[in-house]
Design a protein around this ligand. Sequence first.
Ligand SMILES: NC(=O)c1ccc[n+]([C@@H]2O[C@H](COP(=O)([O-])OP(=O)(O)OC[C@H]3O[C@@H](n4cnc5c(N)ncnc54)[C@H](O)[C@@H]3O)[C@@H](O)[C@H]2O)c1
Length: 438
Amino acid sequence: MADSESLPGGVTVVGLGYVGLPLALAFAKKLPTTGFDLDAPRVDGLRAGIDHNSEVDSATILSSNLTLTTDVSCIADAEFIVVTVPTPVTDDHEPDLSLLASVSASIGDQLRGRSEGLPAPIVVYESTTYPGCTEEFCGPIIERESGLRSGEGFFLGYSPERTNFGDAEHTLETVVKVVSGQTSAVAARVAETYGLIAKAGTHMAQSIKTAEASKVIENVQRDLNIALFNELSIIFDRMGIQSSDVFDAAATKWNFHRYQPGLVGGHCIPVDPYYLAYAAARTGYDADVVLTGRAINEGMPEYVAEKVVSLVRGRGGEPDSARVLVLGATFKKNVADTRNSKAIVLAELLAGRFGVVHVYDPYFDPEDGLERRFEVVGDPAGSGREYDLVVVAVGHSEFDVLEDQLPELLSPGGFVFDLTGTLAQNEKVASTTSVWSL
Ligand SMILES: NC(=O)c1ccc[n+]([C@@H]2O[C@H](COP(=O)([O-])OP(=O)(O)OC[C@H]3O[C@@H](n4cnc5c(N)ncnc54)[C@H](O)[C@@H]3O)[C@@H](O)[C@H]2O)c1
């Protein structure tokens, strides 16, 4: 265990989801750590070593010193509280701060009953949000509920999560962690505490607002880069040019940055730009570039659905009687997360246009209680089923093997629409099958 005067005696992580669980497990290797979540089935599952998000394996959970609890009173005397609750958007694409509000109210409520004589706790938010949210929205709620003053009775910090789930290379250990605090002394304590687990080091942002802004623009930039390539692929398709050929040529220039057009889903990239646009609007500025890029990416499932309908018709097929297989339903490669999955949106749109739509995804749990218009099927390899169209929507590693069998899955005249941009490199598929891509 770590030993330093400025390190906290322990860490309390509030919210044990994709972000909170790995973080709590990492802290638990260094300091006494409590993980609190109000979702009792989630905590029961973790106690049994089961992470339904399939991010952390059972042995790692079961061998950890992490204390798991659903008892909110663990916050009352906590020294270093880290908040990792979701920050989604409403149906109108406005920030939905309800979870940040309720968790801040719980923290304030607990701090009201804090034991006498304890040092003021530090509350570090990790949830992605707009610049100003921690100090102007969350802090006042803690103040109101606790009766304590921000900067006296408790201190605020912000340290955005930027690891890439499903990606073994960019993890908590290998990525620099941005940290910040309400005062320079608090920022230093936040940096030292995160320094225990962020092996690649920490970057001290000038202020909490700066740290919040840095996180949100990481995802805005990615959204916009992909939006540009989506728009380019739409333009070049109208011109009868294959966009990947254009990108291959342009990428030979030293300062051309290539991105893959496609579907932008998940809990972060399609959400966070709305947080920045919201905060910009509050200053009287319309973030037009940000929102236009967002609109292009949001429109891609509809664009692809229309495109494949016209391709089927162009090849003499009739969508009503065509059979379609969609490979991939989660929001990105090699993860089980279906939040905001545009592959699912696409499959739903196809189900409204084609006779039969099957979806296969080894990560997808169809028992999520949601009504679907498509049918979830098992591994199509060797199933004897044939399809007029296969849409490769997500590039899961498991599909590498299936790729070779695509020609056998297609009916005569059938074709593949590849949203991953990788199938062209598979010689067997490319030489035997019609493959379209963005
Ligand atoms: N998932 C990612 O890849 C990722 C990456 C970077 C940043 N983020 C950001 O991190 C934040 C968390 O995302 P996530 O994907 O881990 O969310 P998640 O839905 O996986 O987990 C959130 C957890 O918080 C719990 N929770 C909600 N309200 C609570 C409360 N009042 N008290 C205690 N627990 C509560 C939920 O039960 C859930 O288990 C979001 O702001 C997100 O934008 C996520």
